[in-house]
Design a protein around this ligand. Structure first.
Ligand code: ADP
Length: 459
């Protein structure tokens, strides 16, 4: 089996606190085959340190490069976070386009490409992750790399005219065409990407599903990412999970719990969600005093202005609903701006009668899958899911909602609260089958075997 090279902005260095499912999946792939995990060290240094820090952990060589303060600002904060993230999530209105930031992004991809190339051997297979490294494949090719390169985009690929709003989209598109296999979360993303390549760059669709563009033949395909459902189910029954559920249970007493868990990000539809819960109480007098929304949303990327505005808006909206409806022994919305361990979250998911996952746009949304996997099979809760989360493409028995439609979401929450047990069980079973069919192991195996197939064809 050939060695695997993984490149992602952040790696899961051993001992790192938030080793999520993705980190575990890639770590396992590397441990199995042996290989290199390349990425940013997380360190910001005053001047460019030309080298790379290497250390070995079992079968895996970690190769970590620092960013200078200027690179961190330009490549990471200004371009990846302030231009690419909003555009990929359809928020062109929030994007800031700055030529210098783009140049910094391109320069970091160039420098990282050079560093990584020095670690590669001819028979390796290479898997690049996410929007930080759209130009990395191109840089590897410039350095002389001839082997196959795979790429996976964790965020949505937007409609062509939205992507084309990026002033440097031409350059990014050429960079993306340097990969042999481009993996996306959903068929919708694949369709958007191909349409963009056809409309903007005259790509030709080939019979085997590949496209020819910029003098290269590339394949775009959906590989929906997943979780480890057994692990989540185990965590939901752990001591820590039970203790957390008991603590919250004492507070809400016998009221129904509606839960939301998100990074605080403008893509998550949090204001609309709080408004929907307010609308639920406005329209249903019988539910007042009988239902609680717990929204967990730790602040992220506080330095970016849009996030500070979001924080203020959420405080205001929760304050409005709580001001209107709180009673001596009941506060409708509890808004917790902090993060919790995965066990605690799993315990709260299991306790919750309704899981509210209503992003305006999301690549996949793993919270939706975690909520499902944490349920009690005998008495499961109901998932209310945005039709614009990648997860919705295959989770049709959730209550699908338009996250912009506050009234529609309020109705869906009410329906979820009233749903009889048989219907809940039936819907949950279908969702759980999907979570199992597309778990994290299937995701990485199917991507890697497709990539290896293409590598074999290249010879
Ligand atoms: P994104 O990658 O945009 O944050 P996902 O839903 O795909 O969205 O993945 C988020 C991951 O982070 C999930 O595994 C989820 O359990 C975890 N997470 C989200 N919010 C919190 C929180 N408040 N505390 C701890 N973990 C969280």
């Amino acid at each position: 089996m050939s060695r695997l090279i993984v490149a992602s902005n952040r790696t899961a260095t051993p001992g790192e606190e938030r080793a999520g499912g993705l980190a575990v999946a890639l770590g396992e792939a590397l441990a199995e085959r042996g290989g290199v995990w390349f990425g940013w060290s997380g360190e910001i240094v005053p001047r460019e340190t030309r080298g790379i820090r290497l250390f070995v952990e079992g079968n895996t060589d970690f190769a970590l490069a620092d960013l200078t303060a200027a690179e961190h600002q330009g490549y990471y904060l200004d371009y990846a976070n302030r231009a690419l993230w909003p555009v990929f999530h359809y928020r062109v209105d929030l994007a800031v386009f700055d030529d210098e930031a783009f140049e910094s992004y391109a320069a970091v991809n160039r420098r990282f490409g050079r560093l990584l190339y020095q670690l590669m051997r001819p028979e390796d297979i290479v898997w690049v992750h996410d929007f930080h490294f759209l130009l990395l494949g191109d840089e590897l090719r410039d350095n002389g790399w001839r082997g196959a390169i795979g790429f996976f985009l964790h965020v949505p690929f937007p409609a062509p005219e939205v992507f084309a709003a990026l002033p440097h989209h031409h350059r990014l598109a050429r960079g993306m065409a340097a990969f042999d296999l481009l993996g996306f979360q959903t068929a919708r993303d694949v369709g958007n990407f191909i349409r963009y390549m056809v409309e903007e760059h005259g790509a030709e669709r080939l019979e085997d599903g590949r496209i020819r563009v910029f003098h290269r033949v590339i394949r775009a395909q959906a590989f929906p990412i997943g979780i480890d459902p057994d692990e989540v189910a185990r965590m939901a029954e752990s001591e820590e999970a039970r203790a957390a559920a008991n603590r919250l249970g004492r507070m809400i007493e016998n009221r129904a719990l509606v839960i939301g868990v998100d990074r605080m990000d403008y893509s998550k539809g949090l204001p609309q969600r709080l408004q929907a819960f307010g609308r639920l109480l406005d329209d249903n007098e019988n539910l007042r005093g009988r239902v609680n929304l717990v929204q967990i949303a730790p602040p992220s990327r506080e330095s970016v202005e849009a996030y500070m505005d979001l924080r203020e808006e959420l405080d205001r909206l929760a304050g409005r609903v709580n001001g209107d409806y709180s009673d001596l022994d009941w506060t409708p919305i509890r808004y917790l701006a902090r993060s919790y361990s995965r066990e605690v979250l799993a315990g709260l998911f299991r306790l919750a009668r309704v899981g509210l996952v209503t992003p305006l746009h999301d690549g996949m949304n793993l919270v939706a899958k975690e909520y499902v996997a944490a349920q009690d099979p005998e008495d499961p809760g109901v998932l209310v899911l945005s039709e614009f989360a990648g997860a919705a493409e295959r989770m049709e028995t959730a209550l699908l909602v338009n996250p912009h439609d506050v009234g529609g979401m309020a109705d869906a929450i009410r329906r979820a609260l009233e749903m009889p047990r048989e219907e809940r069980v039936e819907r949950w079973k279908a969702l759980m089958d999907e979570v199992r069919d597309h778990d994290i192991a299937v995701w990485r195996q199917s991507f890697l075997s497709t990539l290896e197939g293409l590598a074999g064809e290249r010879g």
